[in-house]
Design a protein around this ligand. Sequence first.
Ligand SMILES: C[C@H](N[C@H](C(=O)O)[C@@H]1CCCN1C(=O)[C@@H](N)CC(=O)O)C(=O)N1CCC[C@H]1C(=O)O
Ligand SMILES: [Zn+2]
Length: 589
Amino acid sequence: MEPYAFEKSTKKHFENCCLYFQVNKSVEVAQIEKEWARRANARFDWEKLKDSYIVRQFKKITHIGIAAMKDESKLQRLNHVMSEMEEIYSGGKVCLSTGDCHALEPGLTRLLATSRDYDLLQEVWVKWREVTGKKMKNLYSEFVELINEAHRDGGYSDTAAAWKSKYESETFEQDIEDLFIQLGPLYKQLHAFVRRKLMSVYGKDKFPTSGHIPAHLFGNMWSQQWNSLLDLLQPYDKESVDVTPAMKEQNYTALKMFQVSDEFFQSLGMLKMPKAFWEHSMIEKPKGRQVQCHASAWNFYNKKDFRVKQCTDVTMSDLITVHHEMGHIEYYLMYKDKPIVFQNGANPGFHEAVGDVLALSVSTPKHLQKINLLKNVVDDKESDINFMLSMALDKIAFLPFGYLMDQWRWSVFSGETPPSQYNEKWWQLRCKYQGISPPVMRSEDDFDPGAKYHIPANTPYIRYFVSFIIQFQFHKALCKAANQTGPLHTCDIYRSKEAGKLLSDVLKLGSSKPWEYAMEKIVGSRKMDAAPVMEYFKPLIDWLVEQNSQDESIGWEDECPMPPTGHSTQLSARFCLIGILTFLTMVIF
Ligand SMILES: C[C@H](N[C@H](C(=O)O)[C@@H]1CCCN1C(=O)[C@@H](N)CC(=O)O)C(=O)N1CCC[C@H]1C(=O)O
Ligand SMILES: [Zn+2]
């Protein structure tokens, strides 16, 4: 939805309000958006105007997203289907054979992060998919039809084309594929190291011979970031860089975590959170009321109301998420006086990168010691490796997941992947790119993509892949501005007004300039570049290569392996058929 639309629907939507309100409000708002676009197009051929700033504004006014849907009853249905899928997701609750029942946050999240019980992890993984994805399978195929019609009415070939247009680049898809390929070897080294360690914990027999790692062993519901495994993986016996225990010892609260982040932004000379933020944000899970706990940041487009909604848990992982969400708020604040059509990130990846850039400094042992969350920081190679491994479990582990989420969706929106192959295509990508495999058989009765927030919420995802690349470019540039001279992974821009100014000057632009212009203003080049990522992790890459030198089986087969157990389904039926045919061939010949 376009910005001003948020003012009416977001306040209620923020509180996860009733279905009726969301659906009807958005139809009314769509009518206003359509009228704006009609007037812009009807007046005159604005594309011929000399002033590129004005042309850019008209262009954005005429791109109104799903509000372009001509058939209002279909728009109503589309919003209804989206609300239903979001209700299923946020209402997801799992009751385990232990008798306990949990919602995703904090229950299932904590269990996955801390349990090392193979069967319990598998039960959590399977049951979450049963109460979420499996329940929205039919809704999603209807959703795809409707949203594609809406974007076609808006002049796009399909929804994927509308999403990619936000990057204003003919080479965008090729550029991200090149980056993914460039960072593939680093991911493979990390995967081999983690696989070997997990085999020593769970037993080699629990792992398929294809080289894949069972998806439920990563300490994360979607195997997307592996930080929770640090206690199993940290190679050298030093004080852990996961400061969760220290946060708990020091009685950290959600409020304290947000204040730490706010103070970092102010230390850079950037904008502090306004009063309304502290008054209206929801930073803890409310008692007795179902809310959508997936952390999010909200802009009410009235220059004063900006909020975060987060069921904050006192963990280092959530401290990083606090910075992520506050990064969105900082961006909202920086561009709040721009024309409303420019109140967006330079591209969606920029918006995702702001908070993470600061978190790269906050996460350093040096900074954690400054804020009394780490005691005896030792500055030696082993501590360095421990720290870089913890960062790789977040930033490198994420890359294939960040890449494949929209590879799947783009294939669905284009029609290449029909509803009858949704889950098969999903696991093809998960097995091929992440080198993970389902712990039990999957079928087309399942809809595993729906178990991830962004699918029912219809939030594009390639933005996070872009962010995980450009945030290291920004980090390198801001470290230079802060006169940080050591290795990139030790840099902390805390209290650098120069770094803060360099970042602020770009955030103030919003989307008023093409993102390449903004990129050049910060880093001095107009392209996404994986070199800073490689520079940051260079010592770790060398160490992993050495650690894995005895491991002849680095990597994994493209195809999914046969999971160890589980009911027979289409996917496995195909495997059985291959098995029978192979056996018969051997017998006959
Ligand atoms: C935890 C974070 N929540 C999102 C985010 O903050 O981006 C939420 C939900 C979807 C969009 N969103 C927003 O808040 C937007 N309104 C912000 C904006 O566009 O202005 C999230 O989903 N993350 C962070 C790392 C990877 C990914 C994940 O957890 O998989
Ligand atoms: Zn974000």
